[in-house]
Design a protein around this ligand. Structure first.
Ligand SMILES: Nc1ncnc2c1ncn2[C@@H]1O[C@H](COP(=O)(O)OP(=O)(O)OP(=O)(O)O)[C@@H](O)[C@H]1O
Ligand SMILES: O=C(O)C1=C[C@@H](O)[C@@H](O)[C@H](O)C1
Ligand SMILES: [Mg+2]
Length: 168
């Protein structure tokens, strides 16, 4: 979900694993040359989602990446299938009040630029939580732990998962 730490923790996790980090939101902004909020203004959410799916398809099959998606990438069944098929998907979970505290003042998240962002966040979480659960191979509660500690735990979680599920 927005504010769960995909960009922050994802980048630090990639560094710890010695892998390249790709953040789909940043890739879309770099390719389009405008912020995501601008894409929402011009093309609506639908236009943004098409770009998101195209970028996910481009990067999901690459090896040795830590890939951070946007918070809404799970909405399309096609994307959920792609993520599950090609990756080890980590659902970074945080409580609603913690998410709100992190993102409330950020004007770069178009979906919460409403009269009542807290209610909007609640709506989005209600809709998406089952989808995050559906697509996740692993779930990790970020709580309020420092980023470095979260990364250490995730490295351990991934090692255990790979040992149990991956043949090579
Ligand atoms: N575990 C954490 N503890 C405290 N603050 C955090 C934690 N994870 C992220 N943050 C802070 O919360 C804010 C949002 O984090 P970040 O941008 O990484 O979220 P995101 O999941 O990438 O969101 P989006 O879907 O909007 O891209 C940042 O200011 C970041 O520093
Ligand atoms: O949760 C969402 O739907 C979004 C989250 C961000 O990462 C961006 O992908 C965009 O602002 C939409
Ligand atoms: Mg992000």
């Amino acid at each position: 979900m927005m504010g769960a730490g995909k960009t922050t923790i994802g980048r630090a996790l990639a560094r710890a694993l010695g892998r390249e980090f790709i953040d789909l939101d940043l890739v879309i902004e770099a390719r389009c040359g405008v912020p995501i909020s601008h894409i929402f203004e011009v093309e609506g959410e639908e236009g943004f989602r098409k770009r998101e799916t195209a970028m996910l398809n481009e990067y999901a099959t690459q090896n040795n990446l830590v890939l951070a998606t946007g918070g809404g990438a799970v909405l399309a069944p096609e994307n959920r299938h792609t993520l599950k098929k090609h990756g080890i998907v980590i659902y970074l979970r945080a409580r609603e009040d913690e998410l709100y505290r992190r993102i409330a003042k950020d004007r770069h998240r178009p979906l919460i630029q409403t009269q009542n962002p807290r209610a909007r966040l609640n709506e989005l979480l209600t809709l998406r939580t089952p989808l995050y659960n559906e697509v996740a191979h692993l779930t990790f509660d970020t709580g309020s732990m420092p980023i470095a500690q979260a990364v250490q735990s995730l490295v351990h979680l991934l090692q255990t998962y790979s040992h149990d599920h991956c043949s090579s």
